[in-house]
Unconditional design. Structure first.
Lengths: 420, 651, 424
């Protein structure tokens, strides 16, 4: 196996110290959070606009999802093209409560002036009319049964993606669906989910989705500049915790096993490990992380609709991880942050047009092409992604370090083995 | 047609008297008649136009027919100042106007002074109906046909006798058959003689035409009524059955004033509000009325005091319904006619159901052939070579755009399609070879990365197409011989373009089988996929074979693109509509086997149509359930319907 | 209420006295997708706005300032609409935004616009049931498009049975709900209304077309009311043509098919089918001729104009006039000046801005011609846009009046304002 050295290390220094990359990451994240807080409008000097704080907060959530993707793909070798479905479910779960609670306040206020005190049914009907009026319905579908309760919806953020992943993963791994088949199957899953949600009959407002999520119920007086910073903190905290947990998971024996599954599933099975159980655990665990990331993301985005969980979103997630560098957690974070921020910059119309005399390259038109070609370039020429650069740098600095902690994924390993 | 004859006639007149700007005669009888109805004609509304058309049609004036025809063809204008009507055609910036009474040219005038009469399709239908009497015996068969169409669309009682008079003289066998059929239909609708109606009804037994059902159905309209006794000629209905639920029966009683209305929550609320006295209603505190039970109790108190209508209980409902008899009466035909119509309709309904099933099967086959066509290229690149090509959809798109570009240069539609197919093959073959050489061959052992890289190519190509062709859908027009559909009867029909796609799919299947099993290339491809090293030691160049195979698969996708573009749309995003479905088709069918792909496509197509059949109002649900089904299916047959066995399965 | 009005009036007076207060250049935000699925429709509107801004600058600008169009690309991504709107209002500090196409994108932007007190002109026909203080709706509400078209079907074409076909999203859903309720009030039985929803970009239409044909089996005239959106229309009309359905047998009236959409189609088989809009390129008026000529000169001979473009044309000019009247581009001042603002339509007649933030516009019904243009066969008087439909029980009791009542969702039964902000 690859990294027995790290787990067998006799020195039991604190976890964070054993893995300097974790410490470095957490320090950078803390510094970044502090800087943004100081520069933001909510509590700081207002150099950074609220919309940019929101963008950064959302980016942190995407990084968290990318972290999960790295765990499931980069470490375990399951290329899931459906993880954004879990991200979306998390968003929907929290969105339902946000909409319900906000609307409830409005409805109770407006019914307060009626001659008879409203019955519970009347309040519920009023809320339903307000929420579903725009999509031409006025009754609560059963799926909204617990939308009034924040704790239950928060539980749903974790449980629904977890259960879905558990069932789906159990079915898929049980019948030994692997490799590209699994990728296509997960893609079909997210497509089915998004098509389902696109229907009005799904009870989640169809194509319109849930909107106005940035307005927190009962906090109308708190300006968005403050709300955005609060969410930014929450996202940073989630990312930090997520990173810590992921790093801890991949560092020990468990990490060795999942990497071994990635490198050669059959051998691990012959060694007596229950490969399916490991895969199922990772699949479910990462789905939960994605759900949490989504629950933090969508209140900042303000709206969630089924287009968010279209297959393309999950493919982008894989691409971020690929560009950032698979098999190293910081790679996933770097990739997600780098590509999504770059994307924002290019599509925002801020990038200057390039005039070639006969033709003007407008980045709005050409950015996607550039992005597409860069996937190709990264897969062909730099399978280790941006993280690979950091590795090189780090190796040069400390050439005698035993065993890379978060082992790089040699994507072509199988090919090499076959050649030997 | 008439129009062009008239135009020719007018042109002739024009030739005879050139340049003579005649004064318009305002006292010609037809002009006078139109002037009398000028207001409604200018208003141009179907609701009010009737008298004007009738007056014109029944005027007996020789010009009436021409005026009606010109009016119908939107060639009648009127002068904004004088209000006089003219015929007119647009001529170099102005308007060439003609007198409506004799067709004489008045001259070219400024368009601003005239306003066009634009009869809408409703008015045009009325005019066509009025023209029937002139056209039914017209020497021109096209005019006679137009008259029959007008009757088919909107028949009047007067048409029956006119039609009967026009049958004997009809020489054209097709028109004669149409007239005969129409005569029978009109007999059913308008004849006073019950025996003739019954005979006509029986003659349509088993006929699947929509027109027959459209004629018979109104005869069987019925109404449910209630009274103490059941009159003769009515069918008794039991309350509480599916035909008439308890609730409906009670509503019927309320409607007829035979029972007190139900008191619903809204009424309770309103009554309570109107009886609020200080902070109390009927002695109950208003603030406590935040539950339905409390409100009902308070209402009961009001009712007891006689301030509100009493509540109606379930027992009251049952009792009231028990007291009366419910029955069905036919409202628009005498009972024997209605029953005969019902019998024929019942007979037709079974036929209709059978034929609808047949139509559904045709639809399913057609959809399956489209999926097959979209997936067959993938069956080669993914199924045989094991390369995941996410840009497959974009190759389909490239093929479709190639067809569009070819049509820009070759206006003849048939020729352009003939040219477009090889062009599309060449373009996508080239693109496929390029992709294989530049990207895929470096990644043969890394399937997951192939997926990512080709996905990158896919989004780049999509955006490139947007940059070049814009985001608008582009027209790719089928030649005239592919227009329309093959109609077996009014229920079973399929458009020619779908038949063409079906045939194309079969051709591709044959081509695939021949290439793979009967040619050297096929042999080499199979050798290379099964064992590249062994193949290369046998003198086969695996590089070349991989390149050609990939190009071949991509080229077929290009041709599929032309076909799909012809039947649906050409946009930069059309590829992504098919990509997931195509992969599913191949995976469900079983990778590496073309028959599997065929079965997969059939299954996916049939399934989707089947689900649509159960839930016709929501096509989206059908797609979701289909995908769910496929996910489950793959759980149980992970290697597809036709699974490769032995060593090939490990490749 | 009164003091607020007084304040505004005072502000107006004050601003008129000192026109130099407006800081130059005046920025006009353009929030239309230039990439992604909606780029197909929205890019045209971006070009329209750039043309309008240029024309205005040539005519001397506004309040002594140059106008500057700030274009951003929300990329058909609904959350991005909210983000870009915030960016326009806080980073670029635009004075007004012209933008959005889909309802969901508008719902995404609404909370941001209301929070930051921005001003949005929304140019597309939509499902109504909304009236935000910060949005002016220059497109048609259902009673300015769907209801008149249905009346036309009922009265002029004698349709007795309706097939409501739509893409599965909010606009068709709400519109069809309103129409169902309206048709029932008009005495059409429930079983004579067939409703079907299809996904975006649907292409397999054969069964649905067959279902529609089969509706004619009970001898009633069938008409199709189509709220099918975008690309899906191509396949729908192709299948309709293949089935040999003439407009005289089963007429189709579409609410989302305009000149732009027909450009992707061979229209020979569609002649006679209908569309209902507030504007057609074929409208005969001098203003329209000039407008079409300017557009073609700028964008190319083969480009066409359409209804949302006219909406922006009216909206932009009204905003310019209101700002001139108010002497400032301050949102509250402009809003006060907007009410009652009049501007000539391109189709003849005058559009008026109502206190419910909707326009009074004429409704046109056109028949598709072979050249891809519409022949206008019916044109009504100006119909005032209705924010809350009268044909749904929950909405019938609501009115919007920002001028007198200061409320966009006023319940006339309880005589109270349900909420000041909008439903998102």
């Amino acid at each position: 196996m690859v990294d027995m050295t790290s787990t067998a290390s006799p020195m039991r220094k604190p976890f964070v110290l054993r893995y300097p990359s974790v410490a470095i990451f957490l320090i950078i994240l803390a510094l970044f959070t502090a800087t943004i807080t100081v520069l933001g409008e909510g509590f700081g000097i207002g150099l950074i606009s609220t919309s940019f704080v929101k963008t950064l907060g959302k980016t942190l959530c995407l990084c968290l999802a990318a972290l999960a993707m790295d765990l499931v793909w980069g470490y375990t070798g399951i290329l899931s093209l459906g993880h954004m479905a879990f991200f979306g479910i998390g968003g929907y779960a929290i969105g339902m409560w946000l909409m319900y609670a906000r609307t409830e306040i409005i409805v109770i206020e407006s019914l307060a002036s009626s001659a008879l005190p409203p019955t519970a049914q009347e309040i519920s009907d009023g809320i339903a009319t307000q929420i579903f009026g725009v999509v031409g319905a006025s009754e609560f579908p059963p799926i909204w049964a617990v939308a009034h309760s924040l704790p239950l919806q928060l539980a749903a953020v974790v449980l629904v993606p977890g259960l879905l992943a558990l069932v789906f993963g159990w079915l898929a791994f049980r019948s030994r669906v692997t490799g590209v088949y699994l990728s296509i199957l997960t893609q079909a899953m997210t497509l089915a989910l998004s098509l389902y949600l696109f229907q009005n009959d799904s009870g989640l407002r169809g194509n319109n989705g849930l909107s106005g999520l940035q307005n927190l119920p009962g906090l109308d007086s708190v300006p968005q500049s403050t709300v955005s910073i609060l969410f930014f903190w929450a996202s940073a905290l989630a990312l930090g915790l997520g990173y810590l947990v992921c790093a801890w998971m991949v560092s020990g024996k468990f990490g060795s096993v999942i990497r071994a599954i990635r490198d050669d599933e059959s051998r691990v099975r012959f060694l007596g490990y229950s490969v399916e159980a490991y895969k199922l655990f990772i699949f479910t665990f990462t789905a939960v992380i994605c759900g949490i990331a989504g629950a933090l993301y969508y209140p900042q985005a303000g709206i969630i609709n089924p287009a968010e969980i279209a297959p393309i979103a999950s493919i982008y997630l894989a691409v971020w991880v690929a560009i950032g560098g698979r098999g190293r957690l910081y790679g996933a974070v770097i990739g997600a942050a780098f590509v999504s921020l770059l994307s924002t910059w290019f599509t925002g119309g801020q990038a200057p047009d390039i005039s070639l005399g006969f033709y003007t390259i407008q980045w709005v038109d050409w950015w996607t092409i550039l992005l597409g070609l860069s996937f190709v370039a990264v897969t062909l020429f730099a399978p280790r992604g941006i993280g690979g650069l950091i590795d090189k740098f780090a190796e040069r600095r400390a050439p005698d370090r035993h065993g890379a902690d978060l082992g790089p994924d040699l994507g072509s390993l199988r090919e090499k083995e076959a050649d030997e | 047609m008439t129009l062009s004859i008239c135009r020719a006639l007018l042109a002739l007149l024009l030739f005879v008297a050139p340049g003579l700007l005649q004064a318009q005669s305002s006292d010609a009888p037809v002009q006078k008649l139109l002037q009398a109805h000028a207001e409604v004609i200018q208003k141009s509304s179907r609701k009010t136009i009737g008298p004007a058309i009738d007056a014109l049609a029944q005027s007996g004036l020789p010009e009436a027919q021409t005026v009606l025809e010109q009016w119908q063809a939107k060639d009648m204008w009127f002068n904004r100042d004088t209000g006089l009507f003219v015929f007119a055609s647009k001529a170099d910036g102005g308007l060439r106007v003609f007198d409506i009474s004799d067709g004489a040219e008045i001259g070219v005038v400024d368009k601003k002074n005239y306003k066009q009469l634009k009869p809408n399709s409703g008015i045009r239908g009325l005019i066509a109906s009025a023209l029937v009497q002139f056209q039914l015996n017209d020497p021109d068969p096209l005019n006679r046909s137009a008259a029959l169409t007008a009757i088919e669309r909107d028949a009047e009682p007067s048409h029956l006798s006119a039609l009967r008079g026009a049958i004997a003289g009809e020489q054209d066998p097709d028109l004669r058959a149409r007239k005969n059929r129409l005569e029978r239909l009109l007999t059913i609708r308008f004849d006073d003689d019950a025996a003739a109606r019954l005979a006509a009804i029986d003659s349509f037994a088993g006929d699947l035409g929509v027109d027959v059902r459209a004629t018979l159905n109104p005869l069987v309209t019925s109404e449910i009524k209630v009274s103490d006794t059941v009159p003769d000629g009515a069918v008794t209905i039991k309350a509480g059955s599916d035909e008439l639920t308890q609730k409906q029966a009670y509503d019927l009683l309320v409607e007829n004033g035979l029972a007190p209305a139900l008191v619903d929550d809204g009424t309770i609320k309103e009554t309570l509000i109107s009886n609020i006295d200080g902070d109390r209603v009927a002695g109950v505190q208003v603030a406590s009325l935040d539950e339905d039970a409390a409100r009902q109790a308070a209402y009961q108190l009001l009712a007891d005091q006689g301030l509100a209508a009493p509540l109606v209980t379930q027992d009251d409902i049952a009792e009231a319904v028990q007291q009366y008899k419910f029955y069905r009466v036919y409202t628009s035909a005498p009972l024997p006619v209605a029953l005969a119509a019902q019998a024929v309709l019942d007979n037709i309904e079974t036929q209709v159901a059978l034929n609808q099933t047949a139509d559904l099967v045709l639809d399913a086959l057609s959809l399956a052939s489209i999926y097959f066509l979209a997936a067959i290229g993938l069956a080669i690149t993914f199924g045989v070579m094991g390369v995941i090509n996410m840009a497959h959809g974009e190759f389909i798109m490239m093929g479709a755009y190639t067809g569009y570009v070819v049509q820009l240069f070759i206006p003849d539609l048939t020729l352009s399609i003939i040219v477009a197919i090889p062009c599309a093959f060449l373009v996508t073959f080239g693109a496929g070879v390029l992709l294989e050489r530049l990207v895929i061959r470096w990644l043969y052992h890394r399937p997951l990365e192939t997926l990512l890289a080709t996905f990158g190519v896919s989004i780049a190509l999509q955006q490139l197409a947007k940059n070049i062709f814009g985001t608008q859908a582009r027209p790719l027009t089928a030649p005239a011989w592919l227009d329309g559909s093959m109609v077996l009867n009014d229920i079973v029909s399929i458009s020619y373009i779908r038949i063409a796609i079906f045939v194309l799919a079969l051709l591709f299947l044959a081509l695939f089988l021949i290439v793979m099993n009967r040619t050297r290339l096929g042999l080499e491809v199979r050798a290379v996929t099964q064992n590249p090293r062994m193949a290369s030691s046998m003198g086969i160049n695996p590089d070349r074979i991989n390149m050609l195979t990939f190009g071949f698969g991509s080229g077929i996708a290009g041709i599929a693109g032309v076909a799909i573009g012809l039947y649906a749309k050409v946009t930069s995003e059309m590829g992504s509509d098919y990509i997931v479905q195509s992969f599913m088709t191949v995976v469900v069918g079983g990778v590496g086997n073309i028959w599997g792909t065929l079965l997969g496509a059939t299954m996916v197509g049939t399934l989707q149509k089947g689900i649509e059949w159960f839930n016709p109002s929501n096509t989206l649900a059908a797609q979701t359930y289909m995908i769910l089904f496929i996910i489950l299916f793959i759980q149980f047959r992970p290697r597809g319907i036709i699974a490769l066995k032995g060593r090939a399965a490990e490749a | 209420m009164h003091s607020k009005l007084l304040n505004t009036t005072a502000a107006v007076l004050f601003a008129t006295a000192l026109p130099a207060l407006a800081d130059c250049p005046i920025k006009v935000g353009v929030l239309h997708s230039l990439s992604g699925t909606m780029a197909i429709s929205e890019t045209t509107l971006k070009d329209t706005m750039e043309m309008l801004v240029e024309q205005q600058n040539e005519a001397g600008g506004l309040l002594g300032c140059e106008l500057e169009a700030v274009v951003v690309d929300p990329a058909s991504d609904w959350p991005l609409f909210a983000e870009k709107a915030r960016e326009l209002l806080t980073v670029h500090e635009v004075d007004v935004i012209f933008g959005n196409w889909t309802s969901v994108s508008r719902k995404s932007v609404l909370p941001v616009i209301e929070e930051l007190n921005g001003l949005l002109f929304y140019p597309v026909q939509y499902e109504g049931e909304e009236s935000s203080k910060n949005v002016f709706y220059t497109g048609a509400a259902p009673n300015q498009q769907a209801i008149p078209a249905t009346d036309y079907f009922l009265e002029e074409l004698g349709v007795e049975k309706f097939a409501l076909l739509g893409t599965d999203y909010v606009y068709p859903r709400t519109t069809n709900n309103i129409l169902e309720s309206y048709l029932k009030q008009k005495g059409i039985a429930e079983e004579d209304i067939f409703v079907n929803y299809t996904p975006f970009g649907h292409s397999d239409w054969s069964k649905i077309v067959a279902d529609v044909v089969a509706l004619g089996a009970d001898g009633k005239k069938v008409g199709v009311i189509s709220t099918i959106n975008g690309d899906a229309n191509v396949g729908f009309y192709k299948e309709l043509a293949a089935a040999g359905i003439s407009a005289d047998d089963i007429p189709v009236v579409a609410f989302s098919v305009g000149e732009e959409e027909l450009a992707g189609l061979d229209t020979t088989n569609l002649v006679g089918h209908l569309a209902a809009w507030n504007y057609f390129q074929s409208a005969e008026s001098e203003a329209n001729e000039a407008w079409v000529a300017a557009w073609k000169a700028r964008m190319g001979e083969d480009r066409v104009t359409n209804d949302p473009m006219e909406a922006h044309y009216i909206g932009f000019n009204m905003w310019v006039n209101a700002a001139t009247e108010a002497g400032s581009t301050d949102v509250d001042a402009v809003r006060a000046a907007m009410y009652g603002q009049e501007f000539p339509n391109l189709t003849g007649g005058t559009a008026v801005m109502l206190p419910n933030h909707h326009l009074a516009k004429p409704v046109l019904i056109g028949e598709i011609q072979e050249d891809g243009q519409f022949d206008i066969i019916s044109q009504t008087e100006e119909v005032p846009g209705d924010a809350w439909t009268d044909y749904l029980p929950e909405s019938a009791v609501l009115v919007s009046d920002w001028k007198e009542l200061g409320c966009g969702m006023y319940n006339t039964e309880t005589k109270s304002c349900v909420q000041i902000k909008s439903n998102y």
